[in-house]
Design a protein. Structure first.
Length: 109
């Protein structure tokens, strides 16, 4: 699932909760389909924002984690047009990239 980003950019605030409901419904439908067909369950993945602003506005991480098989953090939007200082969209040094990624992973727990 790649919805950039529920409850932001013109999407109503209640879409944050609708998104959780959508993921739950898909996950349960995939499980039911696997049970009925005898085939493996389809995998449900989430491409999620890594910046804390979008995480807070768009997702309910503690709930969504129960309804996905994999989460892929989109790490290209640590910086952008919303900042006063011009910078690259990602931190390019290995240590800075690692620290940002660890922070994002910890934040979504």
């Amino acid at each position: 699932m790649d919805w950039e980003f529920p409850a932001t950019r013109g999407s109503p605030p209640e879409d944050k909760y609708r998104f959780t409901y959508l993921m739950k419904g898909l996950y349960e439908a995939f499980a039911e389909e696997a049970k009925e067909s005898g085939k493996e369950k389809l995998i449900l993945t989430l491409a999620a924002a890594s910046g804390t602003y979008y995480i807070d506005q768009s997702y309910e991480p503690k709930k969504i984690i129960n309804y996905i098989d994999y989460m892929l953090l989109m790490t290209y939007n640590y910086h952008g047009q919303w900042e006063k200082k011009l910078d690259t969209t990602v931190d390019c040094t290995p240590i800075t990239m690692t620290l940002r990624l660890v922070r994002s992973l910890s934040y979504t727990r």
